[in-house]
Design a protein around this ligand. Sequence first.
Ligand code: FAD
Length: 693
Amino acid sequence: MERQDCAGSSSQGPPQGRGGTQPRGIKQLPRFDAGVMETYLDDMRDMKAKVYQMFREHPELLPNVEEGLSKEEHRELVRRSLKVILQAGYSPLDFLARDPRKYFYLGECLSMVDLSLMVKSGVQYSLWGGSVLNLGSEAHRRRYYDDIAQLRLPGCFAMTELKHGSNVAALQTEAVLDVLSDEWVVHTPDEGAIKWWIGNAAEDGRAATVFAREGVQGVGVEDGRAATVFARLKVPDPNGGPKLVDHGVHAFVVPIRDANGSTLPGVEIRDCGYKVGLNGIDNGAIRFTHVRVPRGNLLDRFASVDKSGRYSSPLTSQARRFAATLGELTGGRVGLVAGSVGVLKGAVTIAVRYACLRQQFGPPDCPEVAIIDYQSTQLRLMPILATAYGLHFARGLLTDKYVDMKRTREPRLVEEVHALSAGLKAYTTSYTQAALSTCREACGGHGYAAVNRLGALRSDHDIFQTFEGDNTVLLQQVSAMLLKEYRQQFSGAPLTATYHYLRAALLGALPNNPLVTHDTEPRHLRDPAFLAKALEYRTARMLFTLSLRLRKAGPRLGAFHAWNKCLTHVLDLANAYVESVVYKTFLRAVEGCVDPECRRALKAMSDLFALRLIEGDMMFRNDEYIAPSKAKAISRLVVSLCSELRGVALPLVDAFAIPDHILRAPIGLGGSGGTGPQPDIYKEYLHAAGFEV
Ligand SMILES: Cc1cc2nc3c(=O)[nH]c(=O)nc-3n(C[C@H](O)[C@H](O)[C@H](O)COP(=O)(O)OP(=O)(O)OC[C@H]3O[C@@H](n4cnc5c(N)ncnc54)[C@H](O)[C@@H]3O)c2cc1C
């Protein structure tokens, strides 16, 4: 075999150690200082440093996946961690109530410590605490705030039932007002209505926010002493009729355990047992048998019931009350986006560092090459790295809008945050879940070792796609809101005028100059104006065709079946919308970066993010938005951008600044961030396996 030029392959640079090998003849992005990038990404670094320092001082709180903790041991660890966080002066409920940016930031920090801890904190403060804060009155806040904040009253959020999860409006738990005793009687009418999966219920909860039909109340939890129970509210007919009036699902505070942890009369709680992941959380199932709580336990921000049983609400319809209630719970979704982005950063950090070090094969008589120098590895990992940055900035946008919404309560902002939190929650958690598998595969067999954490992260994170709103269901809400917005925009106009207008707008968005559809110059392909317009066109086109299809199918099939017939299209539209928002946010972040080297790396990643989307969508070809020659040029550019980014992949992951004692994956250790002595990953790994080295 002909001897190859080692330098021409990939043997430049150190054969071992951080950075691996550097191919020659590839355009390189300028090196940048990871510390400068970190400063740009993160304006709350001090808090992160302190939180992580706390876990350095308490290494016993970091679960060791190899030890195979039982669910009871893991739950105990999480309980202790929550207390240590409080003792260190961090009050998550205070953050949530007064400075939500800190609350979500803390969630992201905790995600790589232990996802069970992050989620348990979310159950106590965001779900249980948040339901009291957001759905209750000032009296409820005064009564419960301190006890929830200080963990003296662990609680639950009891919405889901055995037979109903996504379809919350169909919950069956009842809360019936007994006007003689001035109490709600919370009751589970049948097995299907047993509250299920309720976090904090199996051991810790003392109370629960129970979601029930008015006239009904519910409760939950192990750690929880109380729960917000969602139940149907029923009151006597004001006209003296024999039947109770059902006002739909409302939230009630229901005590479930006494101070000694024993369940209260009428409350039966079972442990949901081992799960695929998140075993540090005590999920439980709760059945209520005619549990009585005072009338004042209805969380009555949107509806109240007086002593005589008269129901009143500032919102005119059941649907609007229900929407307002669920709208107040968007904070949970914002928290999941933050946690999921944290996991994505951790996973890609492990995979990139390992891929830079791991060597397999090479030209004859030459050193082996680092696996990151294989084009296939670059195409796997660089888009994930770019998306992690894009979603980091999008998470920032969502948090800022959430804070503004809470401050102003402006109705348009409320709708926007609802759509954005639903869309980003679905998109981010689905993306991260897929990326976890890709990172595991990119690390080969060692990625499968439990000690390297990718498997545990994959198992723990998986359910992020389902709870706080199933992703498929949330994406439908996003598309429904986009359609509604379009309809409102054209309200008053005859439907045909609307469609003609949309069609004309779309045709206008098509590049009418054939030179543009055939332009293969990288300068054009990397022009943000081209990329942003292409992604906007995609969303607008999907919106247009979806409206058209629904309009055609609706009269024949009815709204429900017409929607179902178009469901794939509905989901594609929502994803396209979210991707367009992420790209625009990414662009603003590129423009806002003053360090020229960092900006070039960010620009390359934003280009890669958008180009991959265009490359992967046949619509652009089918519509002749891009000619075949342009499509090929885009694919070539994607490969070359991945290759350029490979040169700065290490400082890009270093800028996420996840310290080794938090990352805890021997194959992903970073040492002192590229400036000091580098860890010997194999040595660490052998050591973790028990070898003396
Ligand atoms: C670990 C864990 C913790 C949880 N913690 C809590 C908690 O603290 N409190 C609480 O109240 N709940 C909790 N839940 C419940 C969780 O919120 C529900 O699981 C979630 O809302 C989904 O409901 P479901 O499981 O009934 O799924 P379903 O709604 O039955 O969905 C099943 C499948 O059907 C699909 N599907 C459903 N409807 C549609 C539709 N309209 N169109 C297309 N596809 C559809 C979904 O995409 C999904 O794939 C928890 C669940 C788990 C597993």
